[in-house]
Design a protein around this ligand. Structure first.
Ligand SMILES: CC(C)(COP(=O)(O)OP(=O)(O)OC[C@H]1O[C@@H](n2cnc3c(N)ncnc32)[C@H](O)[C@@H]1OP(=O)(O)O)[C@@H](O)C(=O)NCCC(=O)NCCS
Length: 175
């Protein structure tokens, strides 16, 4: 499977907004009302929002590109706001990891994860952490296979008026 991983730039905003909305809808449709889903997509994947995030040097988006098209993406940031416990370490949040469903099970997510870990290690991070919906069994298995464990902490992640709970997972990195 031939693809490259590159940091997204402002010129990727439209493609990233499309991929972000499509993959989020594919993942969470049926877990909330249609209205909640549409509102979440409108708020989080509109072109202005994605452009603002891409313009932030501290907000790291990486795209997996195949044949000139993005088929998956990673979002990484050193951001302790949702999980202050992490401030005792130099900690990198894996905010998003989404692969187009046509490419699940093909090693693309694994390569994106390896890329994230290398980047974390090169930048002296001690730990990577992430939130995963408690019922997202495929993602949970993938993270377990990637060496993440449950921190025992949870976080509310409502989609509109639909309450959902995320588990915080973490992986401590070898020096
Ligand atoms: C999560 C994601 C990045 C993983 O990538 P992937 O290519 O699907 O991952 P893999 O196929 O390598 O691993 C998935 C594992 O889950 C297992 N699995 C699949 N469906 C499952 C289910 N319903 N219950 C439990 N395990 C399941 C697979 O068998 C595989 O495990 P194995 O390799 O030990 O057999 C990808 O599925 C994705 O983009 N999903 C939608 C977005 C998402 O959920 N992102 C995470 C948000 S926190």
């Amino acid at each position: 499977m031939q693809f490259t991983i590159t940091r997204a730039t402002l010129s990727d905003a439209e493609a990233l907004a499309d991929l972000g909305a499509t993959t989020f809808r594919d993942t969470f449709s049926g877990t909330c009302t249609d209205e909640d889903m549409q509102q979440f997509l409108d708020e989080n994947f509109n072109l202005q929002q994605v452009t603002n995030e891409l313009a932030n040097e501290q907000d790291f988006y990486y795209l997996a590109i195949m044949d000139g098209k993005p088929i998956g993406y990673l979002r990484l940031m050193e951001d302790y706001s949702n999980f202050p416990l992490m401030t005792q370490w130099k900690a990198l949040e894996l905010k998003r990891l989404y692969v187009d469903k046509a490419f699940h099970g093909m090693g693309i997510a694994q390569d994106l994860m390896k890329f994230a870990e290398q980047l974390a290690q090169q930048n002296q991070f001690e730990v990577i952490w992430l939130g995963v919906w408690e019922h997202n069994l495929r993602a949970k298995k993938f993270y377990e296979n990637s060496g993440f464990t449950d921190s025992g902490h949870t976080h509310d992640f409502p989609i509109g008026s639909t309450p959902q709970t995320d588990n915080w997972l973490w992986k401590f990195l070898e020096k």
